[in-house]
Write a protein that binds this ligand. Sequence first.
Ligand code: TYM
Length: 343
Amino acid sequence: KKRVVSGVQPTGSIHLGNYLGAIKNWVALQDTYETLFIIVDCHAITLPYDTHQLGKATTDTAALYLACGIDVSKASVFVQSHVPAHAQLMWLLSASTPIGWLKKMTQFKEKSRKEGAEDASVALFTYPDLMTADILLYQSDFVPVGEDQKQHIELAREIAQRVNHLYGGRKWKKLGGRGGSLFKIPEPLIPQAGARVMSLTDGLSKMSKSAPSDQSRINLLDSKDLIVDKIKRCKTDSFAGLEFDNAERPECKNLLSVYQIVSGKTKEEVTEECKDMSWGTFKPLLADALIEHLSPIQARYQEIVAEPAYLDKVLSEGADRAAELGDVTMRNMHQAMGFYQRR
Ligand code: TYM
């Protein structure tokens, strides 16, 4: 079976962008592929964070994965820090990563600018190596993510190719290995719709956990009243009718896209349904569709968090499975890089 790996950082609350760009699409993959879904807590410490929140955010994120439809009889769900091989592989990969490649990462540039370039942590800089390790450790074929992670996956592909070239093939064989490639080259899976959900207060910036205003996003656990209120107050425009493809109307495109996905309709159906609508008619329709889509997720979430022992068991089994798969890669890497094996 081909393998799929992805993850979400346990920071702040999981929002509609994380769901439509990533988690919702994971659910559709678990029948066809061997899937591993990670709560990437080691990524969440790269920016200043609250030590009293990290643990809870981690189990909350895991509970949301399950509530959104991840089925643990098919998928492995686990916490990144529970599988030390992620950090170990990252170190090995960092030896094959030119500094210049990391300096090109736009997320690093943006986030470090906010921190003040010299104050940003080294971990924020090397973060793409850790993400590469998450992917390569499991010999993943596909990585389902939103648009903003595309550059990181391209980097993972380049690192995989470089390591294969530097340490694989005949050189590895001479060291007693199987020869050939050490890593599969992973491919991103980016959805047609939902790959870049935009802020509710500005159709030109993406919906994000770190945006200071909570009005800018719909969190998966927002109450009905809050969803109605956020949609009522979200930014719109003064054109007549609603349309997807007018570059002057980024908010309109975004809200129609969200409506399309959560209502399960096609773009053509939504175009037809909404072309003569006013914002006053559309907004309650969108809020209702969101509530209808999110209510069952919220109900399942409440059931799951009410049983922490169950969730702990799921995470523990997931980590065991992941560690088993990761071990193979780590043994090969140590061998191919010429490390002396402990006997
Ligand atoms: P993170 O935690 O920022 O986001 C998790 C997932 O949500 C997607 N996403 C969005 N999609 C559409 N519209 C948006 N506004 C939006 N905001 C976020 C992201 O693209 C992502 O798929 N580095 C990653 C986590 C990670 C990872 C991995 C992913 C660590 N290791 C290995 C895949 C494989 C991150 O910070 O995602």
